[in-house]
Structure formats: C-alpha cells, structure tokens
Design a protein. Structure first.
Length: 198
C-alpha cells in the first residue's frame, strides 16, 4: 500500500524545515511543489529538501489564477520557476507541475506537454490552508488513505498583501502537528510513502 504526500506554496524558512524534520523522523519521502518566488528567496531550504531525498515540483512563480493569464504569461510562470529551481538544483528543473488551486487551464496543459512535465492534482484535501485544526487534518487523511492516494498539504504561505483572503491563515503549525499524529499510524497500518516521480 503506497500513497504520496505533497506540499505546496513553499519553501518557507519557518515551516519547511519543521516539515522535513517530521518526515526524516519517520523515513518518509515527499514531493514539494515550490513557488519560484520562494525558491529565489530561500535557496538553502530548497537545497535541504533535495539533500534529504525529496522531490521538487513546479507550482508556478507567484501562485496566480492561471485562467486570468494569457498563454504567454502562463508559460512564463512555469519556465521562470523551472529556471529558478535549476539554478539551485545543479541545472535540473522539475519535471512535475501542479497548477495553483488545481486549475489546469489549456495553456498550462499545453506548456506541460511542450516542456515534458507531468501535471498532478491530489485526491485527499484536508484543507490545511484554512487552519481547521490538526485533529481535523489528521482525521481526514486517516479516513481517506488508500493505495495510490495523493495528499495535499501546504508548507509555505502566500503573501497576505497579494492574497488578502489568506489573512490570518499564514501558519502551517497545524499541518506539522497533524503529520506527527497520522504518519506513525499510517506506517503501522502498512502504508509506505512514495514521491510522484517514482
């Protein structure tokens, strides 16, 4: 039984290292869908993700609503992030892509095809970005865990100036506490964790 953990919107110098510490404690590998703007700001955190055996994916440069952008602008959101990751990751850009909000527009899918990138959504969404409580996050994952499932979490936070709807939600502590609670239980059930490029 295998499933995949994924983390969006990072890296964050505050939360990503704490997520990594929990994953390391349990020997779990995950996929981190990073924002280019954060890769540029926090390259050392990106290097830590890679050094600990995790996979990087592309989550655009600045988390826009892709349906509001031109085809050229969508392509640039993706390629600019690939370039930022490549600068930090020894010339290698990511081969995985997740659209913000899961909105895979035709322009995004065409760009993925042209760039030989695989688009990925998720199948378990505990809505951790809304801070529903660690118990809710943990219970949702435990209830819905199935072979082949892809869990959506967030280790980064969006700018409250650019995204005012996230005001008061710029905290990933609940996600970290939920990981501490449910990872050992899933491992005890016989689940194993894989990255999306495996």
């Amino acid at each position: 039984m295998t499933l995949a953990l994924t983390f969006d919107d990072g890296p964050s110098p505050l939360y990503t290292p704490r997520v990594l510490a929990v994953l390391r404690r349990h020997g779990v590998r995950a996929t981190f869908f990073v924002l280019g703007v954060n890769v540029e700001k926090y390259p050392d955190v990106v290097r830590q993700i890679v050094a600990e055996g995790h996979t990087l994916g592309n989550h655009t440069w600045s988390h826009p609503k892709l349906e509001k952008l031109s085809t050229t602008a969508v392509r640039r959101q993706i390629t600019r992030t690939n370039e930022a990751v490549a600068r930090v990751h020894g010339g290698r850009g990511p081969s995985l892509f997740r659209a913000p909000y899961g909105h895979f527009t035709p322009a995004a899918l065409t760009s993925c095809a042209d760039l030989a990138m695989r688009p990925f959504r998720w199948s378990i969404d505990p809505r951790d970005w809304s801070n529903p409580g660690a118990a809710h996050i943990s219970a949702t994952v435990l209830d819905q865990a199935r072979t082949g499932a892809v869990v959506l979490h967030h280790d980064g936070v969006l700018s409250r100036h650019t995204y005012p709807e996230y005001e008061g939600r710029a905290n990933r502590t609940q996600t970290i506490e939920a990981l501490k609670a449910y990872l050992p239980r899933l491992l005890d059930r016989g689940f194993r964790f894989t990255t999306l490029d495996a």
